[in-house]
Design a binder for this molecule. Structure first.
Ligand code: MG
Length: 424
């Protein structure tokens, strides 16, 4: 073969995967575990092909997930980026001996699959939504994600307090004010409250205040398994007709199944059904009526479409989960949500809590009227801001923070905090 002639698949051959851990500012958002630390961690993936094409991915950080991505990076060179199923299977097999949890392995394969699809889109000149069967909607609805929060991160370890434009929200009035600001800035028409922070009656009062302030707006409440089955049943009865669904009120498929038998409200989860093996018992026991899918751990964007088909078959409604994230994840969430034939609820997003920081160049992704328009450029349709990547990577290195610890951070501020759940 002439040495100057490229092999026919050179355009798709993977040269390397670059994984960059980053940190960005996060406000003091409260949850059942504790409180968000001043920095959120993510990993940014750059899947570099032999022809110089780069596919982007983004996934939650943390030392174990970072180490798994770095292990996966070793076996990717030489694979063709269009062999996504086979190369994700190879990554899964590599991790299996040390990582028995399919859910945990899913974080790694999912991030790589998204980077593959971004690269495929750039090679073919098609948006990722086209690679998923085509967008069935031009824009994707998102919910305003409300949090109880402190006015500031308190002064700690010699660093001063860190405030933010959102201020304090610890009461029903504070939550309604936050929702109004969310609506003014981004046009949200549905809202989710992160609960599990205060006694259930206080959170019921916050939901009732939201109902009064936003008549007709879909509302949901997610206490992250802070309640027993009995407490969950009490809240479900109090909020019957007010919430569209109750999200992870109590732990485990068995607990949700017990609750589902007496709850007048549909039950949703992104905590007890988080891997394919959980679907069978959940469906058999009618434990959930809504699944919050998340492409970051279900195996990527194509697997999310397949998951949606399973949900359709068993009449399980579809919504979408979010962790603290930046624009690459938002683009991926938007593409896959656009390609789902049936999306029953607006998607969750932490995006408004990023204080404007992002890892992509501005202009493509905008939250307007509570929606994000589906990017139409090749791949995910977003461009990595390399200066921001360098800056956020430096911040990660300098911070010394390597794992998320909402509970530990809360105990440093309030030593009497007890992390055990259920709390009520
Ligand atoms: Mg949740």
């Amino acid at each position: 073969m002439n040495s100057t002639t490229a092999p026919p698949d050179a355009g798709g051959r993977i040269r390397e995967l670059i994984v960059t851990p980053i940190a960005f500012a996060d406000p003091p958002l409260l949850n059942a575990d504790g409180v968000h630390e001043p920095l959120a961690l993510r990993c940014i993936l750059q899947l570099v092909l032999e022809d110089g094409t780069v596919g982007l991915g983004e996934t939650p950080g943390g030392s174990a997930r970072l180490a798994r991505l770095q292990r996966a990076a070793k076996i990717l060179p030489g694979h063709n980026v269009f062999d996504t199923t086979a190369l994700c299977a190879a990554v899964d097999e590599t991790l299996l001996p040390d990582v028995p949890s399919a859910h945990e392995r899913g974080w790694t394969t999912s991030a790589i699959e998204v980077a593959c699809l971004d690269a495929q889109g750039k090679l073919t000149g098609r948006p990722v939504s086209d690679l998923l069967g085509g967008a069935v909607r031009d824009s994707v609805p998102f919910a305003g994600y409300l949090f109880y929060k402190w006015a500031e991160h308190p002064a700690l370890d010699g660093r001063p307090a860190i405030d933010d434009p959102w201020g304090e929200a610890l009461t029903p009035d504070g939550i309604v004010a936050q929702a109004r600001r969310m609506q003014e800035l981004y046009g949200f028409t549905s809202f989710k409250l992160k609960g599990g922070v205060f006694p259930p009656d206080e959170e019921i009062a916050a939901i009732e205040a939201l109902r009064e302030a936003f008549p007709g707006a879909p509302l949901r409440l997610d206490p992250n398994t802070a309640w027993t089955v009995e407490t969950s049943a009490y809240v479900a009865k109090r909020l019957d007709g007010v919430l569209e669904y109750l999200e992870d009120p109590t732990a485990t498929i068995a607990g949700m199944a017990d609750l589902a038998r007496i709850s007048p409200l549909p039950l949703a989860t992104n905590m007890c059904v988080i891997a394919w093996e959980h679907l069978k018992p959940a469906v058999r026991d009618n434990a959930i009526q809504v699944l919050l899918t998340d492409h970051h751990y279900w195996g990527g964007l194509r697997r999310t479409r397949e998951l949606a088909a399973v949900c359709e078959a068993f009449d399980i409604g579809l919504s979408m989960h979010s962790n603290s994230h930046l624009g690459i994840s938002l683009a991926a969430m938007t593409h896959v949500a656009a390609a789902l034939p049936r999306l029953d609820h607006s998607c969750d997003t932490h995006y408004p809590w990023n204080s404007g920081s992002d890892i992509i160049e501005p202009g493509v992704l905008k939250l307007e009227n509570g929606e994000v328009r589906v990017p139409t450029g090749p791949g995910l349709g977003v461009t990595l801001d390399t200066d921001a990547l360098e800056r956020m990577h430096r911040r990660y290195l300098d911070s010394g923070i390597r794992d998320r610890d909402d509970s530990g951070y809360m105990r440093r501020v309030h030593p009497d905090h007890r992390p055990g759940l259920p709390r009520w």
